[in-house]
Design a protein around this ligand. Structure first.
Ligand code: NAP
Ligand code: SF4
Length: 677
């Protein structure tokens, strides 16, 4: 159970010694790829990004990964720290962080067989399933040179002003590839026995300690659960932890799952705190501080893990995108003002994978710190916002924060709009935190809330400006029989207004179609328990087995309800889902026996079910319920009435453009509009 004493967080906020440093609290901002280094004005952007998070009082900030040499870069643009002159350019980042009272460590990451480059290397030349490049087998000389490269890279970081380094030994990158038999088939001193497979990381830690002296902080990120077949069992992981401690590491951070693992590790389907026992196993083996990580996103969860003794420190990465001031707010008794990471991955990992700089769905300032202002509006205006969904709440919050006089009208008697539907999908009840945050901020900044009031043009006279954020309504396709009693919209199903029968056809295989299908075959409560999560994905709840797996992550767990999902496009259903979450959703549906069919033509609906054409041939799919997930239409009636009266109006979110509307675009548009008023 999470600690319910939300306002204390005594353990999390207490100092802790690590090596020669007394840390101001037990929170680390974990390493994240930001891609800010590839942006114009990259240094200014990185300084602003890291300094803002140091002001938020994390004890240590860990940078994104720097390769210690040319072969270890993540992709052709991946950052390196093998050149002392280049490293020195990073000094202003270190100084900005240290001026705010945090320590900063550079992460040293050799991508090994995950490097998306010609000439990548690995202990054994086995291609990674997620990389098209086949690695070259490292020679003994390569291995010894790479150990030296790590030591030089650490020395470069030290000379640039970093307080320490984090040596990346998890997630399936080079070091991790040496430690497990799955990727290390060597028969020399670097393979075979656990002693030999552990030699590479141990020698790296020893070399870095020797080169950088006793006061330089060394964090080693150990793989606490590989989540792949042929991964390490708990006793080997504990043995490696003890050797890493003896070689001179000050802190053991934990990593969960290789990038090629078929078990979700950080996205919203993973329950909060699901991996804490994996950290606890390591803590039992060593006396240096051990850090728990992955799916820890509230101070209450952090405190619970720390006070129960499962770990000594907490690492959070994405929560510092969602709210750079996470720790400061907790210390000041303002935990309810924390903007919580909802583990959607939409603007962080998915942006990185599409070569965009990192940002955050719930906090569009993340990664764009230099573009936003905090100075109050020179000319405060009287603003009406119509619609209390994500777009309206974000606009009202930001405008009121900047000093505008804001009134928000919402036709329903509660805030949230589409978020109230989205939250019903399994794992997406994290949206409750977004609702809590924006509601609290609107009250704090004096937004006048008019709930249960469907504003008409008459209510909106006397405002300097009206923002229309009235959102969307479900699209009803023009099809014979569409008004049959067995037809329901996704909104009716997710809100509980309509109940689905035992056989269901979902029309539309977009994001909402997938969410509805999962809702129908699992129900939201099922995936929220850590034990059920482990059972569903074949994970050993004690994290003792090899790779922490006791079953096939993709084994089927059929549902009582039969669900068929359809789309007209001939492309693969679900192809447009998020890069880092779509595979989870597609696999979850497959495991539960959901059938997805593309390339259909809808014909009609009657008592027999849904009549379709597949390859020109008529078929009927029997169904108790047919759920429409066929997109949305903008809700613009009010905007048109106001425009006719000459009232200055701006439309945002779904009211402006319903296609591909999601909370990411809604919040981004709202905050940016308010900034520009
Ligand atoms: P969407 O992803 O655009 O999907 C709409 C679906 O409706 C498509 O499958 C489309 O496929 C079908 N469709 C469109 N017009 C139709 C018509 N007239 N008759 C029958 N079928 C029709 O939109 P959404 O599912 O409504 O989601 C809205 C937004 O939220 C999207 O941006 C989505 O990415 C996002 N979202 C994402 C997730 C997620 O990633 N898990 C979850 C929820 C929402 P065909 O035209 O091929 O039939
Ligand atoms: Fe968290 Fe989503 Fe923001 Fe990423 S985009 S930091 S997952 S809320």
């Amino acid at each position: 159970m999470e600690n319910t004493q939300r306002e204390s967080f005594g353990t999390m906020l207490s100092p802790i010694r690590a090596g020669g440093h007394m840390l101001r609290n037990r929170v680390i901002m974990g390493s994240m790829h930001t891609r800010l280094e590839t942006e114009p004005d990259s240094l200014a952007k990185q300084i602003a990004f890291y300094a803002e998070r140091a002001r938020g009082e994390a004890a240590i900030l860990v940078t994104g990964g720097f390769s210690p040499n040319a072969e270890g870069i993540f992709d052709p643009e991946g950052p390196r720290i093998d050149d002392p002159d280049q490293a020195r350019h990073l000094r202003p980042i270190c100084e900005a962080v240290q001026a705010e009272g945090s320590l900063i460590c550079a992460q040293l990451l050799h991508a090994g067989r995950y490097a998306k480059i010609e000439g990548c290397v690995a202990p054994t030349p086995i291609r990674a399933p997620i990389n098209r490049f086949v690695p070259r087998e490292m020679t003994d000389a390569d291995i010894r040179r790479t150990i030296e490269d790590f030591a030089k890279a650490a020395a470069n970081a030290q000379a640039a002003g970093f307080d320490g380094v984090e040596i990346m030994g998890s997630e399936g990158y080079l070091i991790n590839e040496f430690t497990v038999t799955h990727t290390n088939k060597r028969e020399d001193d670097w393979g075979g026995s656990a002693e030999n497979r552990h030699r590479f990381p141990v020698e790296i830690v020893r070399a870095v300690r020797e080169r950088c002296g006793p006061d330089f902080l060394i964090i080693y990120r150990i793989s606490a659960a590989d989540l792949i077949e042929g991964g390490a069992p708990a006793d080997e992981i504990a043995a490696l932890a003890r050797k890493i401690e003896a070689a001179g590491a000050d802190i053991l951070n934990t990593g969960i799952g290789w990038h090629e693992a078929r078990v979700p590790t950080i996205a919203y389907p993973v329950p909060r705190g699901a991996w804490r026992k994996a950290a606890a196993n390591i803590k039992a083996a060593v006396s240096i501080p051990v850090v728990a990580s992955n799916r820890i996103n509230t101070p209450a969860m952090a405190e619970d893990i720390l006070s129960s003794g499962d770990a000594d420190m907490i690492s959070m990465a994405r929560p510092f995108l969602a709210d750079p001031h996470f720790v400061k707010k907790a210390r000041e008794g303002r935990a309810d003002e924390i903007n919580t990471c909802i583990a959607c991955n939409q603007a962080c990992l998915d942006f990185i994978f599409s070569d965009r700089p990192v940002s955050c769905l719930v906090n569009p300032r993340a990664g764009h710190e230099t573009e936003f202002r905090d100075t109050p509006a020179a000319q405060p205006r009287k603003l009406a916002v119509v619609g209390g969904g994500a777009a309206g709440m974000a606009t009202a919050t930001e405008a009121a924060r900047l000093g505008h006089d804001v009134t928000l009208f919402e036709a329903q008697d509660k805030l949230g709009g589409q978020l109230n539907l989205a939250r019903a999908a399994p794992g997406k009840d994290e949206f409750d935190e977004t609702l809590r945050y924006y509601t609290g901020q609107m009250i704090k900044h004096g937004v006048k809330l008019r709930l249960g009031q469907r504003a008409d043009a008459g209510d909106l006279t006397g405002f300097d400006h009206v923002v229309i954020a009235t959102g969307v309504t479900p699209r009803i396709p023009d099809l014979p029989g569409i008004d049959h009693p067995k037809v329901a919209t996704y909104a009716e199903i997710l809100s509980g207004e309509s109940m689905a029968g035992d056989t269901v056809v979902v029309m539309g295989a977009g994001g909402i179609g997938h969410d509805v299908a999962e809702f129908l075959v699992t129900g939201s409560a099922e995936v929220r328990s850590a034990d059920t999560f482990c059972e569903t994905w074949g994970v050993d709840p004690e994290f003792a087995a090899s790779g922490a797996l006791v079953g096939d992550p993709l084994a089927s767990t059929p549902s009582r309800r039969k669900v068929v999902m359809l789309q007209r496009k001939t492309s693969k259903p679900g192809a447009g889902l998020g890069v880092s979450t779509g595979w989870i959703l597609r696999n979850a549906l497959r495991k539960h026996g959901v059938e997805a069919i593309g390339g259909v033509v809808y014909d009609r609906i009657d008592d027999a079910g849904l009549h379709i054409l597949v390859d020109g041939k008529p078929e009927v799919i029997a169904a108790d319920t047919i759920v429409l997930c066929t997109g949305q239409e903008p809700e613009r009636a009010l905007a048109e009435a106001l425009a006719a009266r000459g009232v200055p109006v701006t439309m945002i979110g779904g009211a402006k453009e319903a296609a591909e509307l999601d909370a990411l675009r809604a919040i981004d548009e709202g905050v940016r509009l308010a900034q520009g008023l």
